[in-house]
Design a protein around this ligand. Structure first.
Ligand code: HEC
Ligand code: HEC
Length: 511
């Protein structure tokens, strides 16, 4: 049975040229987003300091069309939509939902920001003019086969339905919620949590299906992957096996590495094959000084969060990294292929992100056990780095093999202690700064992928000393895809006795 796989394959290339016209009132407080000096000073230096990161020039940026915020409708697991849903959608007129002139109060901005959080970046064909039952059934079977999380009302909250033209139903992808929404075990949806959309399983599975269906030779498949990986993960100035693999991927192994991720972990662009990123939650974000595991972008104010959102929703493909451009197409093509947030959209979005608060754990351990665990946390070294109230000291820790420069030490908050986790992401990728930041532990009870690449999926596994041994098979992302892999580093708390460890974990789960 065929279904349109294209819906689920992340495409860097996006279609559409849409012009937006927003009123200019109420705009006075909005920071200027694409300010070259701020974009540059927000970026931590890369490990190789001779590789400077340059964003595209302001005049080109301004010519890139702003996104249009269309009304979105829920996307259902095919078969669980209300009766007549698609027929009804086919009759809907396109509707615009973001009107800056109407935003008066802080609450208005936050509400509008939620619409932007759910505003897709890409649109994929779904239903034109008539419902094709066979296609829908094929899609449902595919979703079931990959264990797509489905909420209790039958929606798949990672996608949206969009009507940009009457009579044509599209599926919108790559909204913030695609990766930052989580379907909980009870079927409720939490926005801003560590999301559980099985991103790389779909990416890797889609690539594999394309290779098999087109009966591509192994060598041709590897060339095809290398072309796609160049933009996603390329950092040609780095000499390391992970970058060699990006250049010349043996396709079966490359796909096995993608498929070895678990929900909550993905090979975000600019990471590298074998060193993906765990998706962070976005709670209490206003208090975080560094964004991303490697602390790649500074977060000094709301303007920096706006810049973060625009860059990470594909504008950083247009960066130059010491002359290397992930997207090699000429500016004239970029102008037609990319879209971007307007400053007002990014401002509203950032206000919404700032409003997100963690969900308290509904199933806390008894108070006595939590109190005992708290005392252990405070006596042990944990508190030096995971300092309350945020449970992070907001510092960067240098990774194995990296020595912070004097300049770094004066510009950034750097801890003296290296936690000795795998340094690949921090040293050998475009995200590589030489550091891992100390993550906040608030809401850690609701993360299913821990440590920078999500190697472990529970606190029990993280604090199990066996994980550091060479015969260990981690339950989270495993770079050795099924073969043993020692999850090294972060040795704190590993030698506690059984009772103390139980108490410590109960405390962590209460945060
Ligand atoms: C395709 C999946 C995906 C999409 C879409 C996505 N993110 Fe993320 N986001 C990630 C991953 C993965 C990371 C971790 C990257 C890292 O650590 O290097 C991340 C990190 C972040 C961070 C850094 C938080 C921290 O504490 O380090 C912020 C803020 C963020 N995302 C906001 C957004 C916003 C806002 C949007 C929508 C404009 C968005 N993301 C869209 C996957 C995604
Ligand atoms: C020297 C600073 C430091 C100390 C001390 C420390 N940690 Fe950490 N912790 C980190 C860093 C850095 C990471 C991220 C490491 C990585 O991703 O490679 C981390 C990650 C974690 C995580 C995973 C969070 C996530 O979302 O990935 C937990 C849980 C944690 N630490 C708990 C503890 C506990 C409990 C203690 C004490 C027994 C402790 N830490 C001591 C720096 C520290």
């Amino acid at each position: 049975m065929r279904h349109k796989k294209i819906v689920f394959i992340p495409a860097i290339i996006i279609a559409g040229l849409f012009l937006v016209s927003f009123g200019l009132n109420n705009m006075n407080d909005i920071p200027i987003l694409w300010e070259i000096s701020k974009l540059k000073s927000a970026h931590l230096p890369l490990v190789n300091k001779s590789i400077e990161v340059h964003p595209i020039a302001e005049d080109i940026y301004k010519k890139i069309p702003e996104r249009t915020a269309y009304k979105t409708y829920p996307f259902y697991m095919p078969g669980r939509e209300p009766k007549g849903y698609y027929e009804w959608l086919l009759k809907q007129e396109p509707e615009l939902v973001f009107d800056v002139a109407k935003l008066k109060t802080e609450e208005d901005w936050i509400k509008a920001g939620e619409l932007i959080y759910e505003m897709p970046q890409n649109f994929d064909r779904f239903i034109d003019s008539a419902v094709n039952m066979e296609e829908l059934q094929g899609m449902a079977a595919f979703m079931t086969s990959i264990h797509m999380p489905v909420s209790k009302d039958g929606t798949i909250p990672f996608f949206q339905i969009v009507v940009r033209k009457k009579g044509k139903i599209e599926v919108g992808t790559f909204a913030c919620g695609n990766c930052h929404n989580k379907v909980m075990p009870d079927g409720s949806v939490v926005k801003g949590a560590q999301g559980n959309y099985p991103f790389d399983k779909i990416f890797g599975g889609g690539l594999l299906a394309n290779i098999q269906e087109s009966k591509m030779a192994d060598s041709a498949a590897s060339v095809m992957l290398s072309q796609s990986f160049r933009g996603l993960f390329g950092a040609p100035w780095i000499e390391h096996e992970s970058q060699e693999f990006v250049k010349k991927p043996e396709y079966k192994r490359a796909i096995a590495v993608l498929l070895a991720t678990v929900p909550g972990v993905m090979h975000r662009h600019s990471s590298t094959l074998g060193a993906p990123t765990a998706i962070p939650d976005l709670f209490n974000l206003k208090e975080r000084k560094y964004l991303d595991r490697t602390g790649m972008l500074l977060h000094r104010d709301i303007g920096d969060l706006m810049r973060y959102a625009v860059l990470n929703q594909e504008m950083d493909f247009t960066n130059s990294y010491g002359g290397f451009k992930p997207d090699t197409r000429p500016d004239s093509v970029l102008l037609k292929r990319y879209t971007r947030f307007s400053d007002a959209q990014a401002y509203a979005l950032s206000k919404y992100i700032y409003s997100l608060r963690p969900l308290p754990n509904p199933d806390k351990a008894p108070a006595e056990l939590i109190a005992k665990g708290k005392a252990i946390f405070e006596q042990d070294v944990c508190i030096d780095c995971h300092t309350p109230p945020l449970y992070t000291n907001n510092k960067l820790t240098p990774v194995l093999g990296f020595v912070p420069s004097k300049e770094d030490k004066t510009r950034f908050d750097i801890s003296d202690i290296c936690v000795e986790t795998d340094p690949t992401l921090a040293l050998y990728s475009r995200r590589g700064t030489g550091y891992y930041k100390v993550p906040s532990l608030i809401g850690v009870w609701n993360r299913q992928a821990l440590m920078h690449s999500g190697y472990v999926t529970s606190l029990e596994e993280m604090f199990n000393p066996a994980r550091q041994k060479d015969d260990f098979i981690p339950s989270g992302f495993n770079p050795n895809a099924g073969q043993p892999f020692a999850v090294k580093g972060h040795s704190f708390g590993l030698d506690l006795n059984v009772e103390d460890k139980k108490a410590l974990l109960a405390f962590l789960r209460s945060l």
